[in-house]
Design a protein around this ligand. Sequence first.
Ligand code: ADP
Ligand code: MG
Length: 414
Amino acid sequence: NQMTANATTAKDKENAEVPVAKISVFVRVRPMIQKETTLDTAFACTETNPPSQVLVKEFTEKANDYLRHHRLKTRSYTFDEVFGPDSSQQAVYQSCAAPLIDHIAAGGNATCFCYGATGAGKTHTMLGTREAPGVMVLTLQEIFERLGGAHGQHKIKLSYLEIYCEQVRDLLATDYRRANGPSASAASGATTARGTRGSNAAGLSLRARDQSSARGGVESVSASGLSVHDVNSAKDVLDLLHLGNSRRRTESTRSNDASSRSHAILQCYIPVVMPDGRAKMTKLSLIDLAGSERALATEGRSVRSTEGANINKSLLALSSCIHALCEGKRHIPFRNSKLTQLLRDSLGGAAKTVMIANVSPCSTQIGETTNTLHWANRAKEIRSVQVEETQFPAWVGIGPQAALASQANGVEME
Ligand code: ADP
Ligand code: MG
């Protein structure tokens, strides 16, 4: 059959042109917490079978003692690696984030984000506590150890921002109230932060830098007026993270609802010297996403029908982008939200992306767990659409083409 033959050829060709598996997907099942273990009808229904399998035991009726021993179905999912309730912060970091440092050392960009329902363990995984620091801290620590804090006069720089109700807030602004408070005036589009003197306003605006579009590249987007901080040690990082975190909506409003709707994004700009001696600025984004419950509840509906339904636009848009990337679509709807605009240069393309799906083991959360695992499973199939060249904001100090030859006394960047 001629038509079938042609179709097969076209399909093969398409597949050959689209490399698959650009995202590594991990799952972490947290321990049962006290409020779950003390609940009569609740028990652990999600288990890990290391190194890579997660098992979810499903029940048709509300769990009780009888059903506890009479499960109807066990669903199993396979990921790059799974982490059970006893896994340490260090183990999660080693498998998920440490490989990103190799990618950065080679001059690439990287992103690691945590996805999951509220209470599933995202913040614990990303930020952790002072006693048990999470991925953000451990990664930066290792970057300082392996890559040093600076090359020549170019240091590692950080920004920490929050997206809440589609407003971008600078969590590290020197004068946080003035910068982000309701009385602040709108950000002037011309303000670009230098050093720590970020002056900005309620909801920073995003600016695209699309010099590369003429070459078919992809623009990168940054928040104008976002403060950028030189860091010299892992301790500097820790201090900034704790400052930023104390300013998250979670903290300031003490509202569970607010906490579940805010995304925290740590952006790190890291100068590296590549094996051929050229210097390059790389970007690493570490992201604690908002709770996935709302986005998932509305997945599949049109954007219009979800308007006003109090859903998280950024999370829904991220979901759509991942969907489009999985299908190898040419058009990826990055423009639909603040989050996806900021992640444009870090999803698909040449960037290395790691997703950690966090789930609760508790039977009361089985709906959220199944949704999260389903979504994570789909994300494994992300295909690279095009190779992207990041356009860095001016304050980074070097352009895209930029990597200049190293000199005897250190490295110079344009
Ligand atoms: P999320 O950020 O996804 O809403 P959290 O990280 O705040 O969830 O976790 C919810 C609760 O579970 C917190 O009390 C946290 O300390 C606890 N928790 C989460 N993950 C773990 C873990 N791996 N080990 C121990 N406790 C955890
Ligand atoms: Mg959280």
